[in-house]
Design a protein around this ligand. Sequence first.
Ligand SMILES: [Zn+2]
Length: 405
Amino acid sequence: MKYVILVGDGMADEPLEELDRQTPLEHAHTPHMDALARRAALMGLARTVPEGMEPGSDVANMAILGYDPREHFTGRAPIEAAAMGIELGPDDVAIRCNLVTLEEQDGRLVMADHSAGHLPTPEAHALIARLKPVLEREGPFELHPGVSYRNLLVWRGGFSALRGVKLTPPHSILGQPVDAYWPQPPESEGARTLLQLMQKARRFLLSTQHEHNTQANAIWLWGAGQKPKLIPLKARFRVTGAVISAVDLIKGLGALAGLRVLNVPGATGYLDTNYEGKVEHALDALKEGDDLVYVHVEAPDEVSHEGSLAKKRQAIEDFDARVVGPLVEGLQRFERWALLLLPDHPTPLKKRVHTPDPVPFALVRSWEAKESSQVQGFSERAARKTGVVVEEGYTLIERLLGARA
Ligand SMILES: [Zn+2]
């Protein structure tokens, strides 16, 4: 028995005037996804982001992997730590450390850029290497370079000091004065310690600006958390598996769920990604004995943040033609298989940010040869029409694995 979870990140959207009130998913040419929808054992809408939680890919994909985010989500950074292979002990805290650009405006510091101009990874690594001793000599801290402006600070044993400390994502305060968003509450030991580290880093980056010549003149700490306690999928459902994605966050989630992380050469997380390589690695993993593969494609989300309809249509059509079609075809070699197809969350082009709205899903079982004339295809509207709503999105995997009807 083989299982596949296929995620088109940010693929869901809202009706657009320029598409005669159709959504990009409805409008795009997607024969393979439509065929899956028509033969689905179950199709409908699923709430992958629990009410009240931030609609991040971390929360949504944690739910799709079968873990209730309300119970298990501890922040973005510990997931990235897992992807980077950084071990966290029970009292350790991982904290996302962005290299950012702050600007002086009317005597106040403003968050000008949460990415320090998307500085290239080699330059960021060089900068982090110089900043590392400056911060690490201040206490049980470790600074780990990541991808471009995204780095990680680990505070060994920092859990009790950081309990109740509120940190703000820098991309949510763009253009705003930062004084209200330093680690809160200012009187807490943990917040004071992080603020001192941020001030030390700023002094260092400003004093060496002429040397490193980048737009990075401060660090911003956020997304802190302990290692999430996830019972591996193998222990829960007796399935082994692999995760395939270009995105560290998804690799980290897969690793925390006990899946092997497969790195596909040329996987970029954008329109130029290696779709064929992803399909090949997925089918090879199943052939070599894995029960389950989690295949995540980032491109639709990236182009949705850009607000480009043409690119979103291309991303959806590429996903259909170069991932869904070949993967379903490749599955024919296996006697029995089941597949779950869905976006992780909507990223509406008009809003250019994620929303927590439920997403369409289709669950297909190879041995159930249904062909519904009711279902138009794979889209938000067709999913809504079925009347099926799975409020607890984290239970979808149980349906896929046959652990729930
Ligand atoms: Zn996403």
